[in-house]
Design a protein around this ligand. Structure first.
Ligand code: AMP
Length: 287
């Protein structure tokens, strides 16, 4: 497996599937890499699966969060190799954002600025995500890119961004990988104390509690109740939304549109997010 550091090394790769990450890889990332390997093979892409590891300063609205973000490059390289990645692209910040060449700042598509979810909780975050994705897609000749359902709004944003910018990149979604007790894997779980980790399980329980309700309002109240009982320190949102636009469902959509329950809450000062499908859509009349 190759380790690449510069734009010119990356742009020399054959067409591939890219798995963008910020490193500190866990089983969730590894599942995405395996998916990337399979998808590259299925699409006949000679470049196979390439993993990028870059802790993107542009998407951290809190400098302290950027500083304390876990980093583990040596272990990450071994993990990528073990899953069959052909190359890891681990650029320095100056490579992604050359000081003398302003990086393109694409307009953030509506799903990244209108729902009032991550866009409200982390101002500027999706500007940074769009910026780094444009640069990664510019540097790495990928025809597909794998994103985790764990970051559901980011996944929808990536889809909207490639459509808006007319990029020839398929966005491939990988399911959320969980610990045996249901906690969604996250590099940030490393910050949780044993007691905090127990309280964090309420997020998964709250998503399950949302299922038994007929309206988003009732489901949202049920999620809050479970979270407050834990208790978590703060709830950024506990919402049921349209699965693609992430906007509130209107009356007409309620019965038939795909919907998603989404939670972001703080435990031990750590911002944790998770989501799940909300009810199965029923077929529209006449279908
Ligand atoms: P990150 O390194 O946190 O930026 O995440 C890189 C990619 O891994 C993103 O597409 C995330 O959605 C995805 N990811 C993070 N955690 C999980 C998980 N538990 N299961 C599946 N994908 C995940």
């Amino acid at each position: 497996m190759q380790t690449l550091r510069t734009e010119s090394e990356a742009s020399g790769l054959p067409p591939c599937v890219l798995v963008p990450t910020m490193g500190a890889l866990h089983e969730g990332h590894l599942a995405l890499i395996r998916l990337g390997v399979r998808e590259a093979r299925r699409r006949g892409l000679p470049g196979g699966c390439v993993v990028s590891i870059f802790v993107n300063p542009a998407q951290f609205n809190d400098p302290a969060d950027f500083e304390r973000y876990p980093r583990a490059l040596e272990a990450d390289l071994r993990a990528c190799e073990s899953q069959g990645a052909i190359a890891v692209f681990a650029p320095a910040a100056e490579e992604v954002y050359p000081p003398r060449r302003p990086a393109p700042q694409p307009k953030v598509p509506p799903v990244g600025r209108e729902p009032g979810l991550e866009d409200r909780g982390r101002p500027g975050h999706f500007e940074g995500v769009c910026r780094v994705l444009m640069r990664l897609f510019e540097m790495v000749p990928c025809r597909g890119a794998v994103f985790g359902e764990k970051d559901w709004q980011q996944l929808q944003l990536a889809r909207a961004l490639v459509a808006q910018e007319r990029l020839d990149v398929d966005i491939i979604a990988g399911p959320t990988v969980r610990e045996a007790d249901g906690l969604a894997m996250s590099s940030r779980n490393a910050h949780l104390s044993p007691a905090g980790r127990e309280r964090a399980l309420a997020i998964h329980r709250a998503l399950a509690a949302a299922q038994g309700h007929e309206t988003p309002r009732a489901a949202e109240a049920a999620m809050r109740e479970v979270l407050l009982a834990a208790p978590v320190e703060r709830i950024d949102y506990a919402a049921v939304r349209h699965a693609e636009t992430l906007m509130p469902l209107d009356e007409g959509e309620l019965a038939h549109a795909r919907a998603r329950a989404l939670i972001t809450a703080y435990v031990d000062g750590t911002r944790l997010l998770d989501n799940a499908p909300w009810r199965e859509p029923r077929p529209a009349p006449g279908n």
